[in-house]
Design a protein around this ligand. Structure first.
Ligand code: PLP
Length: 380
């Protein structure tokens, strides 16, 4: 049996998405910028997808910019605001648990003279709204806080953050790559100015993303060329990808039992002694489980699960000879020795009860066996 429980990394493309995309590879392959009928039929498909995606998040079609993925959307948003508003100020606020697509951009901007505040999070991974408001200064130009965390699944109080930013006249960008298509997103109600999304996390194709840019928000383009996407993202339009993204979002509305299966996994794993649930107990993504098994290594668990045909991920990145606990687990206050025992299980709408049972039986066996071999477990 092969069981894929790493849907936070990427997902299987839904066959219905592939079917929707196919004609735009084989028949309607024109360039959307071309004036002939080949180009115009491709353009029509892209504009139809744009309209659907816009309404999905309560935006206007001309507020959607298509990109090559979440990473590019984060870059265009943060660097774009930084460049456009540098005369107004050079202060940016973000959190310590952002994806590298945000953190690395912020670090890069620091080298160029921007000042970045990295907000702490609590033990569940939540930012503190009071601390956020206190951090806003006269020269603050942007707040970038993720909608939901990719490792521990915690969903931030997005509407509260949006209200604070709007009150102080500061742009609010949110990386919604893990949230879009899984939890309700309403850019107007939540007072979001910029939002990043990606198709491959919701059974769409890899290599296509979106950036919502509220009308009136000033952005300087960082990719220059033919002036596509209102000059914000030059490059020939990825028609099949965009059509697939819209279809994937449409299908994300289908009922599924991820939440029920997620809670079943959490309940079963917490029956294993010395196990901690990471992230918020309730304000979390419907498909995310992240746990630490004390006294053993997440990497060892991952490899044993892989032998049983099960794919999960860990919170440790193996860099050369030393294992580094993830910046997210560190930020929620886990000591390295506990963080090293973490694994992330991420479900999809295709995950079945049988797969979950198979996983639970295997993880119980593996944790038990690894602990039997662990001197730390014996001497605890
Ligand atoms: N932001 C978050 C929160 C993510 O989880 C990811 C993907 O892992 C990204 C950004 C990057 O998205 P993409 O893979 O589409 O570049």
């Amino acid at each position: 049996m092969r069981v894929y429980l790493d849907n936070g990394a990427t997902t299987k493309t839904d066959p219905r998405v592939v079917q929707e995309m196919m004609p735009y590879f084989t028949e309607m392959y024109g360039n959307t910028a071309s004036l002939h009928s080949f180009g115009q039929e491709a353009k029509e498909a892209v504009e139809k997808a744009r309209g659907f995606i816009a309404s999905f998040i309560n935006a206007q079609p001309d507020e959607i910019v298509f990109t090559s993925g979440g990473t590019e959307s984060d870059n265009i948003a943060i660097q774009g605001v930084a460049r456009a508003l540098s005369t107004k100020g050079k202060h940016i606020i973000t959190s310590k648990i952002e994806h590298p697509a945000v953190l690395e951009v912020c670090k890069h901007l620091e080298k160029e003279g921007y000042d970045v505040t990295y907000l702490d999070v609590d033990k569940h991974g939540l930012v503190n709204l009071e601390q956020l408001e206190k951090s806003i200064r006269k020269d603050t130009i942007l707040v970038s806080i993720m909608f939901a965390n990719n490792e521990i699944g915690t969903i931030q109080p997005i509407k509260g953050i949006g209200e604070i930013c709007r009150k102080h006249g500061v742009y609010f960008h949110t990386d919604a790559v893990q949230a879009l298509g899984k939890v309700p997103v309403d850019v107007k109600e939540m007072k979001i100015d910029l939002l990043s999304g990606s198709a491959h996390k919701i059974h769409g194709p890899k290599g296509v993303g979106l950036l919502y840019v509220r009308k009136g928000v000033k952005l300087a383009p960082i990719i220059l060329g033919g002036g596509h996407e209102q000059g914000l993202r030059s490059g020939t339009t990825n028609t099949p990808g965009i059509v697939g993204f819209a279809k994937a979002l449409e299908l994300s509305k289908e009922p599924n039992n991820m939440l029920e299966l997620r809670d079943r996994i959490i309940n079963e794993l917490l029956k294993i002694p010395e196990t901690i649930l990471n992230g918020h107990p309730t304000q979390r993504l419907p498909n995310n489980v992240n746990v630490c098994f004390k006294y053993i290594e997440g990497e060892a668990i991952l490899l044993h699960l892989d032998q049983a045909g099960i794919a999960v991920s860990t919170g440790s990145a193996c860099s050369s000879l030393k294992l580094q606990p993830s910046h997210v687990l560190t930020a929620i206050g886990l000591p390295p020795e506990i963080a090293h025992g973490s694994i992330r299980i991420t479900l999809s709408k295709f995950t079945t009860e049988q797969e979950v049972d198979y996983f639970i039986n295997n993880i119980k066996r593996i944790v038990h066996n690894l602990r039997e071999l662990s001197p730390f477990w014996k001497n605890r």
